[in-house]
Design a protein around this ligand. Structure first.
Ligand code: AMP
Ligand code: MG
Length: 407
């Protein structure tokens, strides 16, 4: 019995969990997920400081037309220790420098006139202006970045400003990729009669990298028990194993059988989807094993819909299923009832709404259609026809404006 698309994906996500955490230097953590909350080790800013180049003053002294006596200078990077703003006086100060005792306001240099060691305050001054107060951004002890947060440049800036050099993030999975099939040769090798190039390994390695995993190319297993057994055992050393091809009903489709012999517990084999029906999923000592169909388009689509969410979950992400965008279908699409159809589409923004049109021949053998696509429309299992003008759910696989008009 084939699984439904939703059940198959839910089963996968139920069975995979985040990997362990590791300490990673700040310069390598972008895109990673924080495993432990970070509390502020100190206030930010650490001390009151000037937000402008100007003069540190007492607001009450600024109403008079009398210039203030300049009594001191504090550039950024120096201390305000021993410097005081007394009545009728001002201290020259630069942006980021600590404010001196006695000062309650900074007057920007643009609003002053300096002459003969005195400064005339021209504009109106508001008490407290242009002072960055200690702890106004972050207070010591508070959680500034919650566990589970994705580290972007902003989070990394915050961590760095505390002087933190490395943080605990979820590990990235090592993903072993095994292509199977007697007909395969590696790129660059001579092609014998009936042979084709192992392209799946490369699209999968790229897809794994794109989500943040570490691909491990295991090469090619031939369609025989010895070759498969050896390569599958090697692949099970990784955190995740992906195989391609050999999972249909052909005489030499031995992958499922050999996985079982290797001790992989099968959780499903065949899903009510097109393309990608012969997809299988199992576990070996808790490690996920995906057996994807060999057809390059099916391989990519099933990776996108099943493997990608699993890898994201393993890396600690919470939102692992891509949200759908809604697009209006341009041409009527027909399909078989009882299975979800993944329609490769080109989504464009016509200024009013998103419109999805087929990106070409939907035959799974047509790789070109995948190149022209920036989305996969997920057509519901229970429908046989989706009319032009109806709204469909699309998983974008590239930005809407990513493709040139004449690709
Ligand atoms: P199979 O599932 O073994 O029947 O393979 C389905 C189709 O995918 C066949 O046309 C294979 O030649 C093709 N195929 C299998 N593996 C690969 C691969 N690694 N790269 C490109 N095409 C493949
Ligand atoms: Mg085959």
């Amino acid at each position: 019995m084939a699984e439904t698309f939703e059940c198959a994906r839910a089963l996968i996500l139920e069975k995979v969990s985040p990997l362990s955490a590791e300490m990673v230097p700040l310069c390598d953590v972008v895109g990673r997920v924080l495993a432990e909350a970070v509390r502020a080790p100190c206030d930010l800013p650490r001390w009151d400081n000037s937000a402008m180049d100007g003069f540190a003053v007492r607001a009450e002294d600024c109403g008079a037309s009398q210039p203030l006596l300049i009594d001191g200078y504090i550039p950024a990077g120096s201390t305000a220790l021993g410097i005081q703003v007394g009545p009728g006086k001002a201290v020259k100060i630069m942006t980021g420098a600590p404010t001196p005792e006695g000062c309650d306001t900074i007057v920007p240099v643009e609003e002053t006139e300096e002459k003969d060691g005195r400064v005339l305050i021209k504009g109106r001054v508001q008490h407290g202006d242009h002072i960055r107060v200690r702890g106004e951004d972050v207070q010591q002890g508070e959680v500034v970045i919650a566990a589970g947060s994705i580290l972007r440049p902003a989070e990394i800036s915050m961590l760095a400003s505390f002087g933190i050099q490395s943080v605990a993030v979820f590990r990235r999975p090592w993903v072993a990729i095994l292509s199977t099939g007697d007909e395969l040769v590696e790129p660059g090798e001579p092609l014998g009669p009936g042979q084709i190039v192992n392209s799946n390994a490369y699209s999968l390695a790229a897809a794994v990298k794109e989500v943040g995993g570490e691909p491990l190319l295991l090469g090619i297993a031939l369609d025989n028990r010895e070759s498969l057994s050896e390569k599958l055992s090697a692949g099970l050393q990784a955190d995740v194993l992906i195989t391609t091809a050999g999972v249909s009903m052909g005489d030499r489709d031995l992958v499922c059988e050999m996985l079982q012999e290797t001790g992989v517990e099968r959780l499903f084999w065949k899903v009510d989807i097109k393309p990608g029906r012969p997809t299988a999923f199992g576990l070996k000592d808790g490690k996920p094993v995906f057996s994807l169909p060999g057809n390059p388009v099916s391989t990519m689509v099933t990776f996108e819909e099943f493997v990608r969410p699993a890898l994201l979950k393993m890396m600690g992400h919470k939102r692992v299923i891509k949200p759908f965008v809604k697009a209006t279908l341009k041409e009527t699409a027909t399909k078989k009832s009882g299975r979800v159809q993944f329609l490769r589409v080109r989504v464009v923004d016509n200024g009013e709404r998103l419109v999805a049109s087929s990106s070409g021949d939907q035959n799974t053998g047509i790789l070109r259609t995948m190149l022209r696509a920036n989305g996969i429309a997920v057509l519901p299992a229970d429908r046989e026809q989706i009319e032009a003008g109806e709204e469909v759910d699309v998983h974008l696989i590239a930005a809407i404006d990513y493709l040139d008009a004449d690709t």
